[in-house]
Write a protein that binds this ligand. Structure first.
Ligand SMILES: [Zn+2]
Length: 372
């Protein structure tokens, strides 16, 4: 290793050690853990302190002599912003280097694929930064998610049924947001990425997003599995019922046709919140609808589990209402699979409705952390 590479390697190891350390550390801790000399550790720490990436946060109580100073990560030394575009609203979230949410906002704004819409959205991003306030010089980038298939290699939005878009070049959207490094991604992929980030010990994971659209993302060996054409995880369009209900994709009997949250809201002329309130209040008709819905949802979950044999995170708007139903769903999925007796492999997403925003933002954080 050349001396430059060695220096870079030491810098990366020191930052990573402090980043991953559950509590503040001393210079001595770093030197001991990484088997580095004190002068090497000192000079690197000095650099990080002057760059604002680390700070002194006190001294250790010691028995006489000089008290060792305690060093901590400055987790908001940089931040990244996620923007989720949905058919009727936007979500904005800022996350720091530890994936902690610094600010979030939901704005009702009907989608339109027009210059006026994208101009307004870019102004809303600026207003979000000003309001919280989030200093632009610390911003790593902007991540945008769309509820549709995004082909990042070809830079095209292939299909977004809830937005009524088919085959749009991302170049039509990019110029409105090019003030910042930009990353554009499918919403379920981004949510899944956020979940896999939190569960670093989980090697394999399927994320199933249940909203008006049903989609998902697969992570194997801690990396995303995109498929040969970038279209993996389209669980919503697996045919569940031959000759069944018409799906928005134009085919019949898809999982999405049965498990879209529209089945529990728009189709009944109520909101999803109202549905679950009525369910809690013992409404018989609602309970019947829920039973039918769950039967299809657990069919889908059991197929995923049987095919992929890994943890499944259930996310999207539906997941926010599932806390008290999770045990029932786990039992039912186990009943429908061949090998499972314990449904712990199925969990709810941790970021709830903000997952897509957080995941899109985290791509820039990941780039930053990999840059050392
Ligand atoms: Zn379909």
């Amino acid at each position: 290793m050349t001396s430059t590479a060695l220096r870079q390697n030491n810098r990366r190891r020191i930052y990573q050690y402090i980043y991953e350390s559950p509590q503040p550390v001393t210079k001595q801790d770093v030197a001991r853990a990484l088997e580095l000399s004190m002068p090497t550790v000192s000079s690197n720490l000095q650099d990080f302190l002057s760059e604002g990436l680390l700070s002194y946060t006190g001294t250790l109580a010691s028995t006489g002599g000089r008290k060792p100073r305690v060093i901590s990560l400055v987790s908001d030394a940089r931040f990244s912003v996620g923007l989720s575009i949905m058919d009727n609203a936007l979500r904005l979230t800022a996350v720091d280097l530890k994936a902690q949410e610094l600010a979030q906002q939901k704005i009702f704004l009907p989608f339109a694929h027009t210059p006026a819409y994208y101009t307004q959205v870019s102004q809303l991003v600026e207003a979000f930064l000003d309001a919280h306030p989030l200093p632009r010089e610390k911003m790593l980038g902007l991540g945008i998610t769309f509820p549709g298939i995004v082909d990042r290699e070809q830079q095209r939005l292939i299909f977004a049924p809830t937005l009524g878009l088919r085959d749009v070049s991302l170049e039509e959207i990019r110029p409105y947001f090019d003030r910042y490094p930009l990353f554009i991604e499918n919403d379920a992929n981004a949510s899944g990425y956020a979940e896999s980030w939190l569960r670093k010990s989980t090697r394999n994971l399927v994320y199933l997003s249940v909203e008006r659209g049903v989609g998902g993302a697969l992570f194997f060996n801690s990396g995303r599995y995109t498929g040969d054409n970038g279209r993996s995880g389209e669980f919503g369009h697996i045919r569940l019922v031959p000759g069944g209900r018409l799906c928005r994709c134009g085919r019949h009997g898809c999982l999405e046709a049965y498990c879209s949250t529209s089945r529990l809201s728009d189709d009944l002329d109520i909101t999803l919140d109202e549905f679950f309130t009525m369910l809690d209040n013992g409404n018989d008709q609602i309970a019947l609808t829920w039973q039918r819905y769950l039967s299809h949802l657990t069919d889908g979950l059991a197929m995923i589990r049987m095919a992929l044999d890994c943890d499944i995170v259930l996310g999207g708007m539906l997941a926010a209402h599932l806390e008290k139903h999770l045990d029932t769903i786990r039992r039912e999925v186990c009943r429908k699979t061949l090998f499972d007796h314990n449904g712990d492999f199925l969990t709810l997403d941790m970021f709830r409705a903000n997952g897509a925003c957080v995941g899109a933002a985290l791509h820039h954080v990941n780039d930053f952390l990999s840059s050392f």
